[in-house]
Write a protein that binds this ligand. Structure first.
Ligand SMILES: Cc1cc2nc3c(=O)[nH]c(=O)nc-3n(C[C@H](O)[C@H](O)[C@H](O)COP(=O)(O)OP(=O)(O)OC[C@H]3O[C@@H](n4cnc5c(N)ncnc54)[C@H](O)[C@@H]3O)c2cc1C
Ligand code: FES
Length: 299
């Protein structure tokens, strides 16, 4: 089905329901679409990452923090990416019909993306997956964002959503070098307290980050802890949050095929519930990519 729009952009919409989802959930579930987006800009932000800004159809503008799009990366002379590539939403601005991605150029798919220029089109399937679920009561809420690498892109919209609910946000950002540190200005502008640690400055090892978070918690109790982008930081935060009784969520990355729950290429083991030794197997694309912090198994 093609939705008529006022300009050349169009969206092919697939209302999604499958046996794994209750009828009530299906009725409430938003549709996803192959959104034909128009490239506004696609600039390098450092030696490894590019910032892609797109004009997008209305449905794409409903994306929430932690959700992702499955991008049909263009072919080039050297590469023909076969499957779509998953990419977290970095920014959504409905008033300006704009969605943004921050991506690391590393293989065939992202090299293809890197070639896009203003005026090109990009097919973005989504919004996909389940995003972050902030606690309902924002009174005295203090949300911790702990991010490294591509996780810096995933966490940026969460800060805006949390601050809009009245929560205080502290973002601990980790990178190899200061030059690879991203999102700090954006997070600071949204009102988050930003703390940066790097390998170069020898401030990013797990022991120091744990000490840092304990200090942050002592100054203002953390009520919700989130993380993305590093297995060792995930394992530390799980242990610390369990010890301090802080609920939380993690956004996972996983190689994907379909991105819509059909092929089971992205299945991973999870604890059945926080304290359980029993495992259940879930699709990262469909049941996540955001999961309960304590149910997630690190790798
Ligand atoms: C839900 C989700 C959100 C993501 N959000 C972002 C984002 O905001 N910014 C960003 O830069 N990247 C993000 N990624 C990772 C991104 O999908 C991969 O970097 C991309 O698919 C690589 O494609 P490629 O063809 O360029 O590289 P490939 O040649 O396919 O792989 C290059 C390297 O990237 C690794 N890789 C490939 N696919 C994935 C994947 N799905 N997850 C983790 N590692 C992968 C490979 O193991 C390999 O080391 C996200 C992944 C997921 C699952
Ligand atoms: S990628 Fe196909 S089920 Fe997740």
């Amino acid at each position: 089905m093609t939705i008529p729009t006022t300009d050349s952009r169009a969206a092919t919409v697939f209302p999604l329901c499958d046996g794994a989802h209750a009828a009530a959930t299906c009725a409430a579930a938003p549709s996803i679409a192959e959104n034909a987006c128009l490239v506004r800009s696609n600039d390098w932000v450092n030696a490894e990452y590019k910032h892609l800004v797109l004009t997008a159809p209305d449905l794409a503008l409903t994306a929430r923090a932690g959700q992702f799009f499955h991008l049909a990366c263009p072919a080039s002379n050297d590469d023909t990416p076969y499957l779509r590539r998953p990419m977290s939403i970095y920014c959504v601005n409905a008033g300006d019909q704009r969605i943004e991605f921050l991506y690391k150029v590393q293989g065939a798919g992202t090299r293809g993306l890197a070639q896009l220029g203003p005026g090109d089109t990009l097919d973005a399937l989504g919004p996909l997956g389940k995003g972050f679920t902030l606690p309902a009561n924002a009174n005295d809420a203090h949300v911790l964002l702990l991010a490294r690498g591509v996780g810096l892109a995933t966490m940026a919209p969460l800060a805006s959503e949390a601050i809009a609910t009245g929560a205080h946000v502290t973002a601990v950002l980790s990178a190899r070098t200061p030059a690879l540190m991203m999102s700090a200005d954006t997070l600071h502008e949204t009102g988050a307290t930003v703390v940066m640690v790097t390998d170069d400055e020898q401030t990013s090892d797990v022991v120091q980050v744990e000490r840092l978070i304990r200090g942050i918690h002592a100054g203002r109790p953390i009520t919700f802890a989130t993380t993305c982008g590093s297995n060792r930081l995930l394992a530390m935060l799980q242990r610390l949050a369990a010890q301090l009784g802080i609920p939380g969520e993690v956004a996972l990355e996983q190689r994907m095929g379909c991105g819509i729950g059909a092929c089971y290429a992205c299945v991973r083991p999870f604890r059945k519930h926080a304290q359980s030794d029993e495992l259940s197997y879930r699709r990262v694309c469909w049941d996540g990519p955001v999961f309960d912090l304590q149910e997630t198994t690190s790798w």
